[in-house]
Design a protein around this ligand. Structure first.
Ligand SMILES: *[C@@H]1O[C@H](CO)[C@@H](O)[C@H](O)[C@H]1NC(C)=O
Ligand SMILES: *[C@@H]1O[C@H](CO)[C@@H](O)[C@H](O)[C@H]1NC(C)=O
Ligand SMILES: *[C@@H]1O[C@H](CO)[C@@H](O)[C@H](O)[C@H]1NC(C)=O
Ligand SMILES: *[C@@H]1O[C@H](CO)[C@@H](O)[C@H](O)[C@H]1NC(C)=O
Length: 265
């Protein structure tokens, strides 16, 4: 039988140190779904046998197992690498145990690019264990607006109803409803940004939009089980937009008055 050099050295180590030189990952804790609204911790819970410091190295990989994105060796500062550079809280401690302290990743700058497979690899001179788990990323929208023409602007034949969201990930489903029935022929436009976030708009021309009509926009992200609805009753269009403009104008006048007073005195 042929033995590689590694196998022979391993065999010798086992003979010298006894049989209990194995490292074992007990649990790899990676959330199925991560969101930047909460901090994300990826933990690699392992057990080591005596002697613990025999070349312990903890590495995390993202997708391919070519280059680590994180590396930690006891008594050495942890390193964030590649795609994780500048995104981790390196002071995070997963444990007080000297051989476990920096085993976990605390991602403080999460973005859609970080969705993928995470592998934790724990090795000592004589053994290695690794595990992989995937993580999806959900970024809720920054803004969501429902717009429809004010009464004085609407034409007799049709009125454009528009709903849009900005900065969301992944691509959401969007629907428009008029009086609780879905507008089947609404147009959806997706636009992807540099940061992999999406802007989405859905619009439809609704013939005969009359007072008292309910307009509803629904946003849904299946993987996150996330739904947002915005509703407006068409009747209020003129009144509410007028009220908003009026109060804003009062504030503007008040601002200039105060400004003027400041200059006078
Ligand atoms: C993650 O792993 C799964 C299962 O091995 C694979 O199907 C998927 O393509 C991987 N995803 C990425 C981004 O590498
Ligand atoms: C959409 O459907 C409505 C009726 O459901 C119809 O009146 C309208 O012409 C349709 N619009 C387009 C662009 O197909
Ligand atoms: C929607 O319902 C309201 C109140 O029942 C009604 O006045 C209006 O005509 C309806 N609009 C459309 C477009 O069906
Ligand atoms: C999705 O959310 C709703 C309400 O928030 C809940 O009732 C339902 O069980 C959830 N579904 C899944 C698959 O998590």
């Amino acid at each position: 039988m042929d033995y590689s050099l590694f196998e022979i050295s391993l065999f010798i180590k086992i003979l010298i140190l006894g049989t209990s030189v194995c490292v074992k990952i007990n649990q790899l804790i990676v959330p199925d779904l991560a969101s930047p609204t909460t901090s994300t911790i990826l933990d690699c819970d392992y057990s080591l046998e005596f002697p613990k410091d025999e070349g312990l190295v903890v590495k995390w990989f993202f997708n391919e197992r070519m280059y680590p994105v994180y590396q930690w060796i006891p008594d050495v500062k942890p390193q964030e690498l590649g795609i994780l550079k500048g995104r981790l809280d390196l002071s995070y401690k997963a444990s007080e145990d000297k051989y476990q302290v920096h085993r976990a990743l605390k991602i403080v700058k999460l973005s859609p690019e970080l969705a993928g497979n995470y592998t934790c690899s724990v090795s000592t001179f004589s053994s290695e264990d690794s595990r992989t788990k995937s993580m999806l990323v959900f970024v809720p929208e920054k803004t969501m607006e429902l717009k429809y023409p004010p009464m004085w602007y609407r034409s007799e034949s049709d009125s454009k109803v528009l709903c849009y969201v900005e900065d969301i990930f992944p691509k959401p489903e969007m629907k428009l409803y008029v009086n609780s029935s879905e507008i089947e022929n609404a147009t959806i436009k997706y636009q992807e940004r540099n940061s992999a976030l999406f802007d989405v708009e859905i619009f439809a021309f609704v013939p005969g939009l009359v007072d008292g009509t309910s307009i509803l926009c629904e946003l849904h992200v299946t993987i996150a089980n996330y739904t947002v609805r915005k509703e407006a009753i068409y009747y209020d269009a003129l009144i509410s937009s007028k009220a908003a403009t009026t109060s804003k104008n009062y504030f503007t006048i008040l601002f200039w008055l105060l400004h003027l007073i400041k200059y006078i005195f």
